[in-house]
Design a protein around this ligand. Structure first.
Ligand code: SIN
Length: 312
């Protein structure tokens, strides 16, 4: 079974990896994802220029009915230099994604200048979609600012770069963001980040379940699958074919991975379910995916990618 993908000339021998934020803050966690023979890559926790402790706890919660998770981590990370040190010392044949999420345009430009000048030869993800920093809106909901940032970035940046987007909920917004993204030589687009600013209430105490932002946080897991698939599908239909898609959101089974691919995903990231199940999730998901592909008579993901059928 051929489960490979290619982004910007870099080969991935498996299509699964972690979603930024899950099992990727420390070098030990990153090593665990990389060491799995069922991952094609790893993405680092989105970094800020300096170490950030993130928001107060409790800041992550798993819904007891298996519907998903809510978090307001607030970008806890070890700081840009830590991840730069990690990726440049890595001896792996898996391409690595270095994710950055500056708290300002200048933060992002500074980190990207350093990446441009470094020996790092993987891919760079510009996270324009973190919903959990108090007082900071999700950049990619502001189309003008997104255009402005990408214009500045691509005035100097030459390495393979993609963006991590928040979910969009309107066809006009799919059109508008795709029109902007198509103006730039992006290597990939990653959809979606968590659905921002959801609210979960504890039935026993009538209290919110996480402390930051009065309980508002990013929702992930099965609750967001339909939105994730819609974003992967809508963007795949609108983006230039040379911009690859990473599908993220609502993946708990091999069928979910398969559906992301049907919608056009090249790689598929696992967030909430990796946090719940641990690194063994990659083996289970890949085996379940292979079973589905075999039953349907496919021998390669290329036969499936983007092949979603509609009712005529
Ligand atoms: C967080 O650290 O709050 C989550 C990161 C993200 O949503 O981009």
């Amino acid at each position: 079974m051929n489960l490979t993908a290619n982004i910007a000339g870099l080969n991935f021998n498996h299509i699964l990896l972690n979603a930024a934020g899950v099992m990727c803050q420390t070098s030990e966690e990153l090593d665990r994802v990389l060491a799995s023979e069922y991952t094609g890559s790893v993405v680092t926790k989105s970094s800020t220029p300096s170490l950030r402790p993130g928001n107060v706890s409790p800041r992550y919660y798993e819904l007891s009915n298996g519907l998903g998770t809510i978090n307001s981590m607030g970008l806890p990370n070890e700081g840009f230099d830590y991840y730069m040190d990690y990726v440049t010392k890595q001896q792996t044949d898996k391409p690595i994604f270095f994710s950055v999420a500056g708290l300002s345009k200048q933060d992002n430009l500074d980190m990207l200048h350093q990446l441009e000048q470094s020996d790092f030869d993987g891919l760079i993800e510009l996270n324009l979609s973190c919903p959990n920093v108090p007082g900071k809106p999700q950049t990619a909901y502001d189309f003008e600012t997104t255009h402005e940032i990408l214009t500045e970035v691509f005035s100097f940046f030459t390495k393979p770069l993609g963006v991590k987007l928040p979910p969009y909920f309107d066809i006009v917004h799919f059109d508008q963001i795709a029109k902007i993204l198509n103006q730039f030589p992006l290597a990939f687009v990653n959809a979606i980040n968590s659905i921002g600013n959801g609210l979960v209430i504890d039935e026993a105490t009538d209290t919110v379940v996480i402390k930051p932002k009065g309980g508002f946080g990013g929702v992930g897991g099965p609750l967001v699958k339909a939105t994730a698939l819609a974003n992967v599908r809508a963007l795949r239909q609108r983006l230039n074919p040379n911009i690859k898609m990473i599908g993220t959101g609502g993946v708990t089974t091999g069928r979910d991975v398969y559906e992301h691919i049907l919608c056009g995903a090249d790689l598929v990231e696992v967030g909430s379910q990796l946090a719940i199940e641990g690194v063994g999730v990659f083996e289970r998901l890949e085996n379940e995916l292979i079973t589905i592909l075999t039953e349907k008579g496919y021998s390669s993901l290329d036969e499936v990618r983007g092949q979603l059928k509609i009712i005529e």
